[in-house]
Design a protein. Structure first.
Length: 202
């Protein structure tokens, strides 16, 4: 599995391009599942099923989620600890999926089931300088280190993985409905070491 790596605010983001394309049965199942409003302006809807990847129809896609998460854990975080999927859901939007982050999530995995042209934007209120000193600086230019936001372009079949606390917004840049599936991953099992007085089981 090959992926591209970028960063924002010193935090790693990886993208698997065209990693998995849904068959007609999978896409129909996701399209026809029950949805509810995700935000007040009705610009986005999320599935009422918050564990949608446990459905038998999506077993192959679920395996891809675990494969991608495993690469992030082994190649980026580089730890031996175990992680598991805690929630998974589908989302639909014709325009903007409102700004948010994912609470109680260490790794967020987003799969773009249907996205002719889309964008994922990451945002923060302060950068590496203004976190410590709240200066109103005169910037010559912005880069991955001093930026307050960055965006990556998305197509159908892409997976994007990033730390769950990152604030992000999804944009649909086409006239066709955008459909995504997202999942949260959290650490499980033994964490820490008894000799360090840090051992616990999650």
């Amino acid at each position: 599995m090959e992926y591209k790596t970028t960063q924002i605010f010193g935090l790693p983001i990886i993208k698997f391009e065209r990693e998995y394309l849904l068959n007609n049965n999978e896409l129909n199942f996701i399209s026809n599942t029950e949805y509810e409003k995700s935000n007040p302006d009705n610009s986005a809807y999320i599935s009422t099923n918050k564990n949608i990847l446990t459905e038998d129809n999506l077993s192959n896609l679920k395996q891809k989620f675990f494969d991608c998460a495993r690469k992030y854990i082994e190649d980026i975080i580089c730890v031996n600890n175990q992680f598991d999927m805690t929630h998974s859901w589908a989302a639909k939007s014709n325009k903007e999926h409102h700004q948010h982050n994912h609470k109680n999530s260490i790794i967020n995995v987003v799969y773009y089931a249907q996205a002719e042209s889309a964008q994922l934007k990451f945002t923060r209120l302060k950068n590496l300088i203004t976190e410590a000193y709240d200066f109103d600086l005169d910037y010559q230019s912005f880069n991955l280190y001093n930026a307050f936001e960055t965006a990556i372009n998305i197509k159908s079949g892409d997976f994007v993985l990033f730390p769950g606390h990152l604030v992000h917004t999804g944009y649909n840049l086409s006239n066709k409905e955008k459909i995504t599936i997202a999942a949260n991953f959290f650490i499980k099992g033994q964490v820490g070491f008894e000799n360090n007085v840090s051992g616990l089981v999650i």
